[in-house]
Design a protein around this ligand. Structure first.
Ligand code: KG4
Ligand code: ZN
Length: 339
């Protein structure tokens, strides 16, 4: 019998719902919250309120697009964490009530494990090309930066992580310093295309093993601009593209260096990329270069599955369903860690 899963994602500022039939994605609806743009970052209170407004229309649209009846559903999955508690609470509560009313089980999903599962998604008619376990995955988002040895859908060994800021956060903070809108990653990516990545150089961290640090880079950008602006008031405006290209080059170079080290150490033959920053064009190219150099099977999610989406939640939930790994009704969200 086919397994139909409705998945809900509400961990940050995107309200998303998706429907999967077995491992095939039938719909993936995402409502972005524009309300945060003028504040230069996500305002948690406003995010929870916007999720409340969006959740029903988004779920309705996902079910309609999937062309199924809600009575066909086998389970309702949701992001349990990590994320903003108020935002998660909206998705968790909605999923519980919806599943309860239909008499079907609930499946709670970890957001970071789900990002990795974006590499397994496919739509009707698309051939299966999923990474083979175990594989190496660079998971880079607004809140996390990790190198993970993925043993199976539920077991990811974190072999390296950031000790301070995440890569996406660094893109966003750099953009803010440059006076660019939130979220800064996609804006920097776009402007960088016209710029010279070698024009300016910034301090790179010296952190042992496979860990990352990005807070020094942020300070280095800040001090550099402070000095340049003293000489030329329009320095940022006159050098915007070169600044974006140079900042992006530095972040990607830092990410690439540790991934290369991890490839050499683990000798794994499959490499994957995941998380919001995996949308970055320069990072995608850097991973392709590494895959070519070491003869690896490379998996990069489609653009629509890079930033937060419910399709990836549904994909991981599908694996939970196969193990009959359902959640208790008293499950609550978590903001950090894994419980
Ligand atoms: O995974 P995600 O949607 O949310 C979290 O779980 O954090 O990631 C959002 C992050 C933001 O920091 C955003 O600036 C970054 O992903 N991002 C990008 C690009 N698209 C999104 N960073 C660099 N280049 C991009 N093209
Ligand atoms: Zn995310």
């Amino acid at each position: 019998m086919d397994i139909y899963i409705l998945a809900i994602e509400s961990s940050c500022d995107d309200t998303s719902a998706a429907v999967l039939r077995n491992d095939v994605l039938l719909s993936n609806v995402i409502a972005n919250q524009k309300v945060h743009h003028e504040f230069g970052g996500v305002v948690p209170e406003l995010a929870s309120r916007a999720h409340q407004q969006n959740i029903i229309p988004v779920v309705e649209a996902a079910i309609r697009t999937a062309n199924i009846d809600k009575k066909d559903l086998s389970a309702v999955a949701f992001t349990r964490g990590p994320g903003l508690l108020g935002s998660l609470m909206v998705g968790v509560s909605f999923a519980k009530s919806f599943a309860w009313s239909l008499g079907i089980p609930i499946i709670s999903v970890d957001h970071m494990q789900a990002h990795i599962m974006a590499n397994f998604l496919r739509v009707e008619g698309e051939e299966k090309h999923a990474p083979e376990f175990p594989f190496l995955c660079l998971t880079v988002s607004g809140g996390h930066t990790q190198i993970v040895k993925v043993n199976n859908p539920f077991d990811g060994e974190i072999i390296g992580k950031t000790i301070d800021d995440a890569a996406g956060e660094t893109f966003d903070k750099a953009a803010k310093i440059l006076g660019l809108p939130y979220p800064g990653g996609p804006v920097i990516d776009k402007l960088a295309k016209e710029g010279d990545p070698k024009r300016f150089s910034f301090a790179k961290p010296r952190i042992p093993d496979f860990d990352y640090s990005f807070s020094g880079l942020k300070t280095s950008i800040l001090y550099f601009l402070r000095d340049e602006l003293k000489k030329d008031n329009d320095f940022i405006e006159n050098n915007k593209a070169d600044l974006c290209a140079s900042i992006q080059f530095t972040i990607v170079d830092i990410l690439k260096e540790k991934v290369e080290k991890a490839i050499q150490k683990t000798k794994l033959k499959t490499l994957a990329l995941a998380g919001g920053v995996s949308a970055n064009s320069e990072l995608r190219t850097a991973m392709k270069d590494l895959a070519e150099k070491y003869g690896l099977d490379l998996h990069i999610p489609k653009m629509s599955y890079t930033t937060d989406n419910a399709a990836m939640i549904g994909m991981l939930a599908h694996f939970h369903y196969l193990k009959k790994d359902f959640s208790d009704w008293d499950v609550t969200p978590y903001a950090t860690g894994s419980n």
